[in-house]
Every structure is written in structure tokens, then in C-alpha cells.
Design a protein around this ligand. Structure first.
Ligand SMILES: Nc1ncnc2c1ncn2[C@@H]1O[C@H](COP(=O)(O)OP(=O)(O)OP(=O)(O)O)[C@@H](O)[C@H]1O
Ligand SMILES: [Mg+2]
Length: 246
């Protein structure tokens, strides 16, 4: 018999259902049986299924050629799977039109490339403003948001510098500022400390930790660095196009 104040079986089942719904709502990235095959080299990703929750900080590790960047490109809507489903923030990327993919990348995604991709003829501020200008925001608002994120990455005293006047770590922090300025739901970083000396890598690590602790962005980071992987709340190990454990 159920006593007053206790949770009955029916109620418990409802709680379980609610929890399941809440869990579904909290899943931001879903890969379902995703395969990416190249004619020249076979399956770079081989039947991978994976869920990443909102606000998670996930590190993806594994040997060279195991499919890490391929997976990032698929989550970033920069490439499409040969088969399977990639769903981010409710949007099925595998079936999306070019316009939907452009909107997705512009509004919901931030990407930090290993080799920066910053525009050399622009200053730090100008580089960081680009994503918001592409969204058509008014200039005054763009400048205020850029200044705030440049402060966040610790480059306020370098805001007017051009790319050739910055160190590797400062370049990488500029790239992170640019990736964050439009407050994306997902930040993808592929080897963010790969080209950096240990001091610069330490600065980028600190920054990633700060972003993770602020908790408004889901962070997916590909890394060979044990230190970066340790910062993450979850590690996904890959080998030969498959996930070993996550
Ligand atoms: N455009 C392409 N054409 C043919 N094969 C490709 C292409 N891109 C990647 N591959 C192959 O797919 C596999 C996975 O590549 P991927 O770039 O995802 O590896 P990775 O895990 O990021 O490696 P690394 O740590 O060296 O960056 C590799 O064997 C690679 O040679
Ligand atoms: Mg790679």
C-alpha cells in the first residue's frame, strides 16, 4: 500500500517519462549510424552513433587518421555523411538545404580551426566582428559584443593589432573569440593547442576551461593533449573510424 507523501508506482512512471523527455530535450548533438566513406580511402567514419548533451564539454581523442576531423566536419555541417543521421539542435543536417546549413553555421555554430583561418589584413577586433556583421547586426552592437569577448580571451590590449603582430597563442585566442562572439550553441575546436608552445597552449587551455565553466556553450574539442582531455567532462576515444568508448 502507498502511504501519503510517498511516490506511487504510477507517479514514478510519470517521473521516469518526464525525465526521459527532459533528457531528450537536453541532447544537443545526435549521430545515428553515421558512415562517411571516401572512394580513395574507405570509411573514415564507420557506423558511429553518439549523443552529446547541451552544455557538455567533450574531448575527442584517438590516433591520426581515426576520423576525428571527419566527425567534426559532419557536426559542423561542412560535410555530409554517406549514410546515417546527424542532428544538431533539432536540425537534421544530413537532409538540410545549403541555405539551412549556412544559417546553422552562421547562428548556432562556432569553429576553431587548427590553422586559425584568420583574415591577415584585419585587426583582432575586425576579425572578431566578422560573424556578427555576416548576421547583419548594427555596427555599434557588433563592436560592443566584440569588445566584451576580446576582453574574455584576455586580448583587450591587442584589439587593434594585425595578425602578423600576434603570437601563436594570441592568434588562437583571437580565433576562439571570433568563434564565440555570436554566442553559438556549439563550439567545435579541432586541435586548438596543436600548433602552440606549452605557455600558449596553457593560455588556450585556461580559456577553454573558462568557457566550459560559464556553461552556456556545448564544447567539442579534438585533441592529442592529455591536459585538454582531462579538462573535459567526457572523453570519446576513437580508432579506425569507430568510437571505442565514451
Ligand atoms: N577528402 C578526403 N579524401 C579521401 N580520404 C580522406 C579525406 N579526408 C580524410 N580522409 C581519410 O579519412 C580518414 C580520417 O581522416 P580524419 O581527417 O578524420 O582523421 P583525424 O582523426 O582527424 O586525423 P589527425 O589526428 O591526423 O588530424 C583518414 O584515413 C584520411 O586519410
Ligand atoms: Mg584531424
Amino acid at each position: 500500500m502507498e502511504r501519503k507523501g510517498e511516490v506511487g508506482t504510477g507517479e514514478r512512471a510519470r517521473f521516469a517519462e518526464d525525465a526521459a523527455v527532459a533528457y531528450q530535450a537536453a541532447t544537443l548533438i545526435t549521430l545515428r549510424h553515421v558512415t562517411r566513406r571516401y572512394a580513395a580511402s574507405g570509411a573514415a567514419l564507420d557506423d558511429v552513433s553518439l549523443e552529446i548533451a547541451e552544455r557538455e564539454f567533450v574531448a575527442i581523442t584517438g590516433p591520426s587518421g581515426c576520423g576525428k576531423s571527419t566527425m567534426m566536419h559532419l557536426i559542423g555541417g561542412l560535410d555530409s555523411p554517406t549514410s546515417g543521421e546527424v542532428i544538431v539542435d533539432g536540425l537534421p543536417l544530413h537532409g538540410a538545404s545549403e541555405k539551412e546549413l549556412t544559417d546553422y553555421r552562421r547562428h548556432r555554430l562556432g569553429i576553431v580551426f587548427q590553422f586559425f583561418n584568420l583574415l591577415p589584413t584585419m585587426t583582432v577586433t575586425e576579425n572578431v566582428c566578422v560573424p556578427l556583421l555576416l548576421q547583419g547586426e548594427p555596427l555599434a552592437a557588433v563592436q560592443a559584443k566584440a569588445a566584451a569577448v576580446i576582453e574574455l580571451v584576455g586580448l583587450a590590449d591587442r584589439a587593434g593589432h594585425f595578425m602578423h603582430q600576434l603570437s601563436g597563442g594570441q592568434l588562437q585566442r583571437t580565433a576562439i573569440a571570433r568563434a564565440l562572439v555570436h554566442q553559438p550553441k556549439v563550439l567545435l575546436a579541432d586541435e586548438p593547442t596543436g600548433n602552440l608552445d606549452s605557455v600558449s597552449a596553457g593560455q588556450v587551455l585556461e580559456l577553454l576551461q573558462k568557457i566550459a565553466s560559464q556553461g552556456s556553450t556545448t564544447l567539442v574539442v579534438v585533441t592529442h593533449s592529455e591536459e585538454v582531455a582531462r579538462l573535459a567532462s567526457r572523453r570519446i576515444r576513437m580508432r579506425d573510424g569507430k568510437i571505442l568508448d565514451s
